[in-house]
Design a protein around this ligand. Sequence first.
Ligand SMILES: [Zn+2]
Length: 464
Amino acid sequence: MSVDMPVVIQEPAVCSVLSDDVVVFDMKTFPKGTVEAVLMDIEGTTTSILFVHDVLFPYAKREMQAFIAEHETCLGSILDEVKYTAEAPDADLKETTNILLSWMEQDKKITSLKTLQGMMWEEGYKKGEFVGHIYEDAFVSMSEWFRQQMPLYIYSSGSVQSQKLLFSHSSYGDLSPMLSGYFDTNIGDKKQKESYVKIADAMKICPKSILFLSDSIEEVQAAKEAGLQTLLLARNGNGPENTAWVRSFNQIQIPPSFIRTVPKDVTDQIIRAGKFLGDAKLCPATSGNLSSRISADLIAITVSGKNKSLLTQDDVLVVDLAGKAVTMNKTPSAEALIHTAVYSVLPDVNAILHHHSVNSVVLSKLLADAFVTHGYEMHKALGCHSHESVISIPIFDNSQDYLILASRIQAYLKEHPSTIGVFLRGHGLYVWGYDMDEAQKRVEALEFLFETEWKLRSCAMLGS
Ligand SMILES: [Zn+2]
């Protein structure tokens, strides 16, 4: 199946009964690389639709009187609002409580009631009076997707505050670290296409790369119109014929190698190092590129053609070890192949900086095979124990055929695994390290050595 195929799926799930109680449903398998984030509804999707009615509302009803009595002094303005809305300005505390209870009975959507309920539920969650219900299958899949760095988002009609409470005090503990963001109806009606367009915009992910899960056919329809991929959760097993549906999260299969967005801490490091290189004028005219290892076989690298001082989260993409873009709609520079060649051969390297400094270009054109120094205290910044050590940076002839260039560098590094960088003649320098800090320190130390050597050699030439 092509990676470019936008959507799933097999036709509506068909189940086959193996015995009286063992039922197997079709898996909904998404082609590799087509899902970049999962957006989930709560009620009926991650959570029993009965949770609000069987747990939260009865709790609010039961505790209303005691809660108001206990917090009367700090509830003044809310209680005044209740009296104002009910046109009962003289109501005493008991009468005000009864107004609230009658509103609850009638399921009225009145702001002061909602605010009070929210406060009570927050206290209830924090006291451990109840926990947020999460279906086991939802928990298992969310955990697996989170482990694989899939961004997970919530879109529910309950307020963002109530969503956060539910997931941070759930039947499976605090699940809030799994969630990248929450949306409520402040962004728009869940049955309106525009809401999903706005959410995709806020998530900074192309709509077709977002999978929306909900038990509401109208919501699924609206999300589909906005271009999202969708699956209906029909937990009772009676899904409609014309919509892709599943009975549980167990049926949703997203291949694991989908890391398409770069983890924020990785982009932050790259942005910082880019500012360092750019501000030091080591990457003139948008040249150079920076990368960091995300996992054994995935690399975060800068897109081409950007000012390195002004990099943003959007200027980094994921490539595999073959240098092929994993992130959609972004293209790495041809030089990504040099980065991936180094990462493939040197497993301890986790960051690479490539720049085009004047000194590295001049020296690489003057020297034959390598830049070699000895007798510098600065060698200690490169991991040597003494100034008497020798530093050697090999020089490779530049080429526009990066496949061949990458294989030459790779062959050299297999023979010389302690190498910390390479020159491309007349082009620039690649420097790497165990982490970004080490790579950056090495760039500074090498640039110092280049400058010093260049001055020494210039003096020697003048003196001769
Ligand atoms: Zn370059």
